[in-house]
Design a protein around this ligand. Sequence first.
Ligand SMILES: Cc1ncc(C[n+]2csc(CCOP(=O)(O)OP(=O)(O)O)c2C)c(N)n1
Ligand SMILES: [Mg+2]
Length: 404
Amino acid sequence: MAKRAGKSGARATQAKTRAKKSPSATRASARKTSSKPASKGEAKALGAKVTDAKASAKKTPPPGHDHPDPYAHLFADEYHREYEASHEEMLGFYRQMLRIRRFEEKAGQLYGMGLIGGFLHLYIGEEAVAVGFDSAAGPQDRVVTGYRCHGHALIAGCSPKSLMAELTGRAPGLCKGKGGSMHMFAPDHRFYGGHGIVGAPAPLGTGLAFAAKYRGEDAVSLTFFGDGATNQGQVYESFNMAVLWKLPVVYVIENNHYAMGTSVDRASGQKDLHKRGESLGVPGMLVDGMNVFKVRAAAEEAIAYIRSGRGPILVEVKTYRYRGHSMSDPAKYRPREEVQEVRAHHDPIELLKERMLDAGIGEAEIKKIDRAVKQEIDEAADFARHAAEPEPDELYRDVLIEEA
Ligand SMILES: Cc1ncc(C[n+]2csc(CCOP(=O)(O)OP(=O)(O)O)c2C)c(N)n1
Ligand SMILES: [Mg+2]
């Protein structure tokens, strides 16, 4: 995972590295610079030969272009800026992250009781990624992800009742109880799945971005996939198309360090996954995915970069999953101490809670959210246990497209 200082050290570093510009100023400057001539990376992507002479000519830019590239800091080593959240926003982040965690814990319990069939992949530990990105996205932006999808679906706006009932295979489930854990889909909430095929979100998200551009919509495609997907060919074919057509897509690599039982170190030649797009012209950012303030700031800047018309961007977020790959994984490929270390020192919800207390938010206010989230998830579980199963004739519906 991303290197982090100890807790007090981390806070001092964070204070130093907090964004100097407000998010709206960043966005405004992104718009202002959208008419800049192609950057070196863009020129390369377009096949132009960037010579040293041209590079030195850039040092004395023509009048009207004398401001520095506002995005240069995104690609310098690790991204360190933090979003400066108001109290209300912090409470919102906390509520959303806790909703994911409690939902996943409850799903794990129901699975243990035999109430959920098939596979179940939990997102516990990775909550700051979904919440940070979602909070930076606009209502028109779209999300597509892999099978570890409940958290993303929940934050996109799907009700916990519909999600939990989907897991238990009941009729009021999000997909009428016929999809289950990996195959959730809710375009009304801008959520385009939930896909069991590793790497599939890359071409799907690229397609969503293509559709948005083709239709002239100002929508960004937030395309999430795991570290395990990054060794697949379809990912690079997608990058190439996105660069050629300057598609509005953020590729987010949720690097939780393992693909099933195989660590990134064992499976990857180039382990700096944020560099994986470079040869095709997709610039990459590296972000600490356990810190929601950093994820939010990075997401906001990545989205602003895209809205400036510069084409795709890649964001590697270093995160960690506390549970095994799926519920049937005993996780023998990593020492227990590794998990305990992350839980004890890098938990994204605990970090946020500390920051809230430091900012003067009272324990009582936090506990109020704890109680409300517990109640919401308990009710979802009750609903999912007692709802009716789909009727037998539902088996044949939604399998093939019916004639109009
Ligand atoms: C094309 C394809 N190959 C193999 C699998 C089997 N498989 C399921 S999950 C997984 C690991 C993926 O790991 P990663 O992309 O890191 O996502 P994570 O589970 O860590 O979120 C594999 C190989 C699959 N579902 N699809
Ligand atoms: Mg992984």
